[in-house]
Design a protein around this ligand. Structure first.
Ligand code: HEM
Length: 491
């Protein structure tokens, strides 16, 4: 049969696939798609179980389509498994491009735009100092401590809630819910995402294990959005609420005579920071710990730069940023080296379109290959090497058309990550503070042999280093004093 065309434009090239045959790779799909770039190019088409899918392998294609043509590239594919069966319909990151999404996004932006985010710096400083103290006590639990701090920042911003060190009720519920989301996160893990009709299959039917998985996660997914919000409403009623996104918006809602449908927007927006903001930030910070473990020379240089500004007498502050260019470069390189979301979030087209002579049908799922974009060796020479110095000389870089800042790490167009200013601040203050007072080194085993950590990352929707060991010790007696004193500073 002749292949379909649109006004004479054929579909983009890609691996041949029949209606049933187009299988998406399941392990590190971004690496397979990056390989396909050699064979098929920057824009690749694959048809999988009734769904047209386009993969964008270059910054140019992602920019031209997701940004320049964002009016028709900004929806999201229907995700029956997570949204309809697991109960994630409150998550505006997966809402279609419509007025409901717009209301959610506008309220979110009001609290996290570039000038609003610095309001949260005192919270970020306080939680980073708690991280420093926790690292002094049980450095081997650094994963847990990093996660705790990230969760604490977003819970304080959203609900004015100070999380407990262990067993916090709301964090536990959110973690249960997020386990389900992570399992179903990569597009196409569950057949029901391709064939929505399957959602009507009863849970007891053989082969319907996805229904049982979904039922299991429904409760925490609902509670994650309901329970902390109910807590804030009770605190407002009893006059004990502290300022927070939820508390401020609920009060405003009462003052302005509250349209009932607005309260669910406030509730949903309050909850999304944890879902979208806790684990993403953690992944980037863990990449930093891994990079420092294997690159003592870069670590040393960053420490000396910090010492030259603080004199070793105090912990870094956001106001030191201008004087600490290497910390900015470290933040960028962590985001580039192992992008937190290697395939971003899928976009969906709402119009037929022709790009460079190729037809991109209406209803196509578009996957930006952020990993491939940030490992393009014509833009980032030696892309697998962790090298923050690649960002040093912006002017020279521009002349040579290399080493763009890795903005694509945060996605594209009208759907670009609206939490990126907060995220960058969190990563920045964590890196600066940890390096100010700690040495991160490889561990040594009982025979005195150095243990080389594997530089490996998970293949999940949110990618992070695989578990690794290191030694995290205060740099000196003076550094230890700064760590202990950070509690009294009462920021
Ligand atoms: C290192 C940290 C982070 C990374 C790498 C990251 C990356 C991303 C990416 C790639 C997208 C999809 C953009 C697109 O569709 O093209 C996204 C969306 C989103 N992010 Fe982030 N993010 C991070 C942190 C955060 C934080 C801290 C928050 C909240 C406080 C947040 C809130 C959101 C929301 C609400 C969306 C959905 C936007 C929409 O669909 O309209 N993110 N993020």
């Amino acid at each position: 049969a002749t292949p379909p065309t649109f006004h004479g434009a054929p579909l983009p090239p890609g691996p041949t696939s029949s209606w049933f045959g187009g299988h998406l790779p399941t392990l590190y799909p971004w690496l397979t798609y990056a390989d396909w770039r050699q064979k098929y190019g920057d824009v690749i088409y694959i048809y999988s179980l009734g769904n047209p899918i386009v993969i964008l392998n270059s910054a140019k294609a992602a920019h031209d389509l997701l940004e320049e043509r964002s009016a028709s590239y900004s929806s999201r594919p229907r995700r029956p498994m997570t949204r309809e069966l697991m109960g994630w319909d409150w998550l505006f990151s997966s809402m279609p491009y419509d007025s409901t999404w717009r209301r959610h996004r506008a309220l979110f932006q009001k609290h996290f735009h570039t000038r609003a985010s610095p309001r949260y710096q005192p919270i970020q400083i306080k939680e980073t100092h708690t991280l420093l103290r926790n690292l002094a006590e049980t450095p081997e639990n650094f994963w847990h401590h990093v996660r705790r701090s990230s969760a604490a920042v977003v819970m304080m911003i959203s609900y004015g809630h100070q999380v407990k060190d262990q067993g916090d009720e709301y964090v536990t519920i959110a973690d249960q819910a997020l386990t389900g989301l992570a399992a179903a996160g990569t597009f196409g893990t569950y057949l029901v995402d391709y064939l929505p009709i399957l959602k009507y299959v009863p849970a007891w039917m053989p082969g319907a294990s996805f229904r049982r998985v979904a039922d299991h996660f429904r409760k925490p997914t609902r509670e994650m959005v309901e329970l902390p919000f109910a807590m804030v409403r009770e605190q407002l009623a009893s006059g004990t609420a502290t300022p927070s996104l939820a508390a401020n918006e609920i009060e405003e809602w009462h003052r302005t005579g509250g349209n009932p449908s607005d309260i669910s927007v406030i509730k949903n927006v309050s909850a999304i920071s944890f879902a979208a903001g806790a684990d993403t930030t953690v992944s980037a910070i863990l990449a930093f710990f891994l990079a420092m473990t294997v690159h003592p020379e870069i670590q040393r240089e960053a420490q000396l730069q910090i010492d030259s500004v603080t004199g070793g007498h105090r912990l870094p502050l956001f106001s030191d940023r201008q004087s600490l260019p290497l910390i900015d470069s470290l933040v960028w390189e962590c985001l580039r080296w192992n992008p937190v979301t290697p395939l971003g979030l899928p976009h969906l087209t709402t119009q037929d379109d022709v790009y460079e002579g190729r037809w991109i049908p209406k209803g196509t799922t578009v996957l930006p290959n952020i990993w491939s974009i940030l490992h393009d060796d014509s833009v980032y020479p030696s892309p697998l090497t962790f090298d923050p110095h690649r960002f040093d000389d912006e002017e020279e870089n521009q002349k040579q058309a290399i080493n763009d800042l890795p903005g694509p790490a945060f996605g594209f167009g009208r759907r670009v990550c609206p939490g990126r200013y907060l995220a960058i601040d969190s990563i920045w203050i964590t890196i600066a503070s940890v390096l100010a007072v700690y040495d991160i080194k490889k561990t040594v085993d009982d025979n005195g042999e150095t243990i080389e950590p594997d530089i490996e990352f998970t293949s999940s929707f949110l990618s992070r280093p695989k578990p690794f060991q290191n030694s995290i010790k205060p740099r000196s007696e003076a550094a230890l004093r700064l760590i202990i004193q950070s509690k009294e500073e009462g920021l």
